[in-house]
Ligand binder design. Structure first.
Ligand SMILES: Nc1ncnc2c1ncn2[C@@H]1O[C@H](COP(=O)(O)OP(=O)(O)OP(=O)(O)O)[C@@H](O)[C@H]1O
Length: 255
């Protein structure tokens, strides 16, 4: 459903300058969960901005269900790392979630219903009247996820969304994400620095090498539903971790 073909992105006016993304090709199937790993500065955020239509590609293209992405598609939502900047502090949690829906033209009743359902999905039903700054970091990130879900996207792009929360909150958010991914039947692209998180969540893991292109790819055959302790104890989990670690280090990958 999502196809990236020969994507290239060069910042600045000189097209011959070093690209942030070059020769990037991959496809994502409907309802697939694809994790993306890559070293710092290799171009992951740039790639996500091109996929979301927020940043124009220098060449190549991204298509979503056969249609070229040349601006933010209405079927797509994104959640970024910095929730403190993505939520509007002067609006209540409920308004933060419903605002994009109203902006999209959804009528008030439907927007309110979608907002309540999304709040419930992220276990924040009782917090709709709070302001973001009255919530913990993990709760704020759940609001950002609820906002994306209420929007009813078919594709969800997430750029290191759990990087700024503590380890325990993070595992809770991972399981919440897997739950809503299944329930809402969405397609997810999830950028992370964390090898374990990439394996735990994904159907597939892509390793980007600078300038962002797919240097290695693994399919994750671990059964679902996944379990934070049991899944990570599986020998296959350990094998994948070793393979991805070597791929990130640009070492030959043992098969
Ligand atoms: N707006 C910009 N203008 C110019 N260069 C940029 C801009 N944004 C990013 N870059 C450059 O593009 C390259 C890739 O950056 P990008 O933020 O996409 O990497 P990343 O893999 O997401 O990094 P990190 O994991 O540290 O967030 C870097 O060399 C960066 O300096």
């Amino acid at each position: 459903m999502l196809e990236v073909s020969n994507l290239r992105k060069v910042y600045g006016p000189d097209p011959n300058a070093a690209p942030a993304v070059a020769d990037l090709n991959f496809t994502v199937a409907e309802r697939e969960f694809v994790s993306i790993l890559g070293s710092s500065g290799c171009g992951k955020t740039t790639m996500m901005r091109c996929l979301s239509g927020l940043s124009p590609a220098t060449s190549g293209e991204v298509t979503l269900e056969g249609r070229k992405v040349d601006g933010p598609p209405k079927d797509l939502a994104f959640v970024f790392q910095d929730y403190s900047r993505s939520l509007l502090p002067w609006m209540t949690v409920r308004r933060n979630i419903s605002f994009p829906l109203r902006y999209k033209g959804v009528d008030r009743r439907a927007a309110d219903a979608a907002t309540e359902e999304a709040l419930d999905a992220v276990a924040l039903s009782g917090r709709g009247d709070r302001y973001p700054w009255q919530l913990s970091g993990g709760m704020q990130q759940r609001v950002a996820i609820a906002r994306a879900l209420a929007y009813r996207p078919r594709v969800l792009l997430m750029d290191e969304p759990f990087a700024s929360v503590d380890a325990q909150t993070r595992s809770g958010l991972e399981d919440l994400l897997l739950d809503v991914w299944k329930r809402y039947e969405i397609t997810v692209l999830f950028v992370t620095h964390d090898i374990d998180e990439a394996i735990y969540l994904g159907d597939r893991v892509l390793v980007l090498r600078p300038p962002a292109n797919v240097g290695h790819e693994v399919s994750v055959g671990l059964p679902r539903p996944r379990h934070q302790v049991e899944t990570k104890r599986e020998p296959e989990f350990g094998r994948l971790r070793g393979e991805l670690f070597a791929a990130l280090e640009h070492r030959p990958v043992a098969s």
